[in-house]
Write a protein that binds this ligand. Structure first.
Ligand code: FES
Length: 498
């Protein structure tokens, strides 16, 4: 799976795999936008920084839409209702600052990443949803933020209304990350790829990060910047996060494109922006809010997006299609700060929902302030050790039900699929000698068999026929058809059966 961002850079720089023990001030696990932003700030403050990543750079960031905005759907009504005005105001303020911070970095480091200031809109085509936009506007007004409600937008169809945040931005996230990587290296930072962190241990005032290469890094501070924290205990983040898959198509519409960025109010979600690619303006449409590992029986989401686009751009040509994974907390707020009181110099930033471009900058600033022992007035918004899960009781209930089913009940159910029924380039779980076996029949009709038990905490996987992956309904780990781990929290591959 390739995204437009990956093909828009001239090959990703190659870095070495960790093959020696090292000592440093800061070890950052995960070289996506959050890890890189931490690395950027800390290396510029004079800290010795080492980043490691299990793949190459920007594993998750390469598959986002690259919107930089403080408009996270109709989030301010939610914050106002679930918390209070002051909380909502601070959330808005810190996200607005993050947009400015990103722009400042790009200007200072002269990063050529197609950064562009644009307006962002939440729109609706349904009359009955207009009241939701009005309610959000009223909350924003109370926060002293003027968000205009208008019908005058550049979408290719009529809306009932759209709520505008001015001076938001978009960019090519991969070009931005490569720019950050360059400056980190110029500041004597080091980056190692294809290096999986498997454990962290406390060692007096330091922490030791163990890698799958058999080597280790001793660090004064460790930042876990993997999208989903890979360590189960302490922290127990797996009990308070789930993952959601979105689908994106990049289209050459052969028509003049919309200005600005858009997302609608309610499901099915459609998110729009344009992007530069090979001198052309390309339209990106994203959709989907599918909990990873659940219900793949609906229409292929890429087809849905392409059919939707054809309504307004009949001659459009699909250049790319890809999916992305997002980590979402049960109360919809990220966890940013200390990983656990048992690991005092280990920090985390996770649960950025679908708004990781902006929130990763927020998180990086908060963690940097923690490390530098500076008080950050916004830290309380994202307290990583909070346990206020019952603000969103339905999500908690869903998580318990999903885990019980996948850990226990589904394993006891017998499969009614037989080997002969599995089509080419498709997969399913079958029963073989009372044992569950995951089968993938490839395009050449060859059979590949895996143990369909997730290597994270043992849930039964499901076959995703859209992306041809094995997905975990419990916490959203994903594996390719042959069992290679793609997305965490699991980091081990599936067992292969001969
Ligand atoms: Fe946790 Fe699979 S991701 S058990």
């Amino acid at each position: 799976m390739n995204s437009l961002w990956i093909d828009s850079v001239k090959g990703l720089s190659k870095f070495e795999t960790l093959d020696k023990n090292l000592e440093t001030d800061i070890c950052i696990i995960g070289a996506g936008i959050f890890g890189m932003t931490c690395g950027y700030y800390l290396s510029h403050l004079g800290y010795k920084v080492i980043l490691i990543d299990k793949n190459n750079l920007a594993g998750t960031t390469s598959f986002t839409t690259g919107k930089i905005t403080s408009q996270h759907g109709l989030f301010y009504s939610y914050l106002n209702t679930s918390y209070d005005m002051h909380f909502a105001k601070d959330y808005l303020e810190v996200n607005e600052k993050a947009i400015k911070n990103i722009q400042d970095i790009i200007n200072k480091e002269e990063i050529d990443c197609d950064f562009e200031i644009q307006n962002s809109y939440v729109y609706t085509t349904k009359k009955e949803e207009l009241a939701l936009l009005e309610k959000e506007q009223k909350v924003l007004e109370d926060l002293d933020y003027h968000a205009k409600l208008t019908k005058n937008v550049s979408l290719p169809f009529e809306t009932e209304g759209a709520l505008c945040f001015k001076n938001q931005a978009k960019f090519n996230p991969l070009k931005y990350i490569l720019g950050l990587a360059k400056t980190i290296i110029e500041k004597n930072g080091q980056i190692y790829t294809n290096t999986i962190a498997v454990d962290i241990e406390k060692d007096k005032n330091n922490s030791i990060v163990y890698a799958d290469t058999g080597k280790m890094i001793k660090a004064k501070h460790v930042i876990i910047a993997t999208r989903y924290p890979f360590m189960n205990v302490p922290g127990f983040y797996f009990s308070k996060l789930y993952q959601s898959t979105s689908y994106i198509v990049a289209l050459d519409t052969k028509k003049e494109l919309l200005n600005d960025m858009y997302i609608n109010v309610s499901s099915p979600i459609y998110s729009f922006r344009s992007a530069k690619f090979n001198g052309k303006d390309i339209l990106l449409i994203a959709s989907g809010n599918c909990k990873t590992g659940h219900d793949y029986s609906h229409e292929n989401p890429y087809d849905t997006l392409k059919n939707f686009a054809k309504l307004y751009y009949p001659d459009c040509e699909t250049l790319y299609e890809w999916s992305s994974e997002d980590c979402i907390s049960l109360d919809k707020l990220p966890y940013i700060g200390k990983y656990s009181s048992l690991l005092p110099n280990v920090y985390v930033g996770t649960g950025f929902k679908k708004w990781g471009m902006t929130l990763s900058n927020v998180a990086a600033n908060l963690i940097v302030d923690e490390i530098c022992e500076r008080k950050n007035p916004y830290a309380y918004l994202f307290d990583s050790t909070r346990f206020g899960l019952f603000k969103n009781f339905d999500e908690v209930k869903n998580m318990v039900v999903d885990s019980t089913n996948s850990l226990l009940l589904n394993k006891l159910k017998s499969s009614n699929v037989s080997l002969e029924n599995i089509k080419t380039n498709s997969g399913a779980i079958i029963e073989l000698d009372v044992k569950k076996v995951g089968i993938y029949r490839d395009k050449e009709n060859q059979i590949h068999a895996i143990n369909p038990i997730c290597t994270h905490l043992g849930c039964l996987l499901t076959w995703n026929d859209i992306d041809k992956t094995w997905d975990c309904p419990c916490h959203g780990s994903r594996y390719d058809a042959m069992g290679k781990n793609l997305y965490g929290p699991a980091f081990k591959n599936l067992e292969i059966y001969q």
